[in-house]
Write a protein that binds this ligand. Structure first.
Ligand code: PLP
Length: 380
């Protein structure tokens, strides 16, 4: 009788069965070796261990946990989220075409614009959460459609299944940046995406102490995945074993953390909508969010930890409010156990982000404390 598939909580808590067989420890060890032995006959002692760049057990274990959580055919780790993004974009040939969502993580937009200009790749940026706009963009041939769901910091929700159909009709693959909806929250591959990317620096690790990125695919035989795997091996964008080990440790509590973060974020979003000094709240868990119905269908593990609030009074009021916060750390990034706040307009002033917008990454603190902190900061 075949075993029923394990639930994400079990996969994560037991690190997908990764133990330390040599020391009989229930926690896997770290393999720091950069090279592996050959015997007196010059044969490798272990066929899958030649050199540290691609043959590290700690990295493989961390990839296996992520592969299982994502329900993927293959998973590769990279030393940062950006390194993972770049590994995928580099598979697009010179002269090709990319359709990319507007209003996504600024670092990806900026890098992709430079990259496409250098490589004579046509880059069409459209609001992919607007399926009519995406459909128009997909009328011409393309190699890659890139969406971010939910998007950072606009919290737009794109229908992943519909986007996959549109991308496939034009001959493109659909890749999803799921950083704000980690594995277990949205199953992008099951919804039809070909590749899903996460900045594992964020909630996957969750403790704000590891930089990492991950790509997972639906088909390891696809030309794109083969090119990514070859390029990682040959070009050497490899995560170190210590980071991979920390990541595996962080992931043991991923489903638990996501549950608490989403509950907290929902309560905070609801609180902010009632506050007289807040003009708007963008959070897919709010029933009046334009993407709420899609989010209900595709965010099966909660509506996430990221939200944006627009403070009345524009930039001065927003900066004054974050200056008064005591518990929320003023810092970039997201997805950690501690709550963070950022004034994104100061970081990317020309990207159309409202000057009064505060991006909040909600952690696992007690929600009453977080709400009290926001209340006193908004009321001055
Ligand atoms: N994608 C999103 C949505 C992000 O928010 C970030 C970083 O903030 C990245 C990608 C890049 O990840 P990393 O910082 O790990 O390189």
């Amino acid at each position: 009788m075949s075993k029923p598939p394990l639930k994400p909580e079990t996969i994560a808590a037991q690190a997908a069965g990764a133990v330390d067989p040599a020391g009989a420890g229930v926690v896997p060890g770290i393999q720091p070796a950069t090279t592996f032995l050959r015997g007196a006959d010059n044969a490798l002692l272990k066929a899958d261990k030649i050199y540290g760049r691609d043959d590290n057990d700690t990295v493989r274990h961390a990839e296996e946990v992520l592969r299982q959580l994502e329900g993927a055919a293959g998973t590769l780790l990279f030393p940062s989220g950006m390194a993972a993004v770049v590994a995928l974009f580099r598979t697009v040939p010179n002269g090709g075409r990319i359709v990319m969502q507007t209003g996504i993580y600024w670092g990806v937009t900026k890098w992709a614009q430079d990259f496409c200009a250098r490589r004579e790749i046509t880059l069409d940026q459209v609001d992919c959460s607007d399926l009519a706009a995406l459909q128009t963009a997909c009328e011409g041939p393309a190699n890659l459609v890139w969406i971010e769901v939910p998007s950072n910091p606009w919290l737009k929700i794109t229908d992943i299944s519909a986007a996959a159909n549109l991308a496939h009709r034009t001959g493109a693959i659909l890749a999803v940046d799921g950083t704000a909806a980690p594995p277990g929250m949205t199953n992008a591959l099951e919804l039809g995406a070909d590749i899903v990317m996460h900045s594992a620096t964020k909630a996957i690790n969750g403790h704000t102490d590891v930089l990492a990125g991950v790509l997972s695919c639906a088909d390891v035989e696809s030309a794109t995945w083969q090119a990514i795997a070859l390029d990682r091996h040959d070009a050497g964008a490899i995560i170190g074993p210590f980071e991979a080990w920390l990541l595996m440790r962080g992931m043991r509590t991923l489903p638990l953390r996501l549950e608490r973060m989403s509950q907290n974020a929902q309560a905070i979003a609801e609180f902010l909508t009632t506050h007289e000094n807040v003009e708007a709240v963008w959070y897919p868990g709010l029933p009046d969010h334009p993407g709420h119905d899609i989010a209900r269908r595709q965010m099966l593990g909660g509506f996430g930890y990221l939200l944006s609030a627009i403070v009345k009074g524009g930039e001065p009021a927003a900066l004054a409010a974050i200056g008064r916060l005591n518990l929320f750390h003023r810092a970039t990034s997201l997805g950690g156990v501690e709550s963070l706040v950022e004034h994104r307009h100061s970081i990317e002033p020309h990207s159309g982000i409202p000057p009064g917008l505060l991006r909040l990454s909600i952690g696992i603190e007690h929600v009453d404390d977080l709400i009290a902190d926001l209340q006193q900061a908004l009321e001055g």
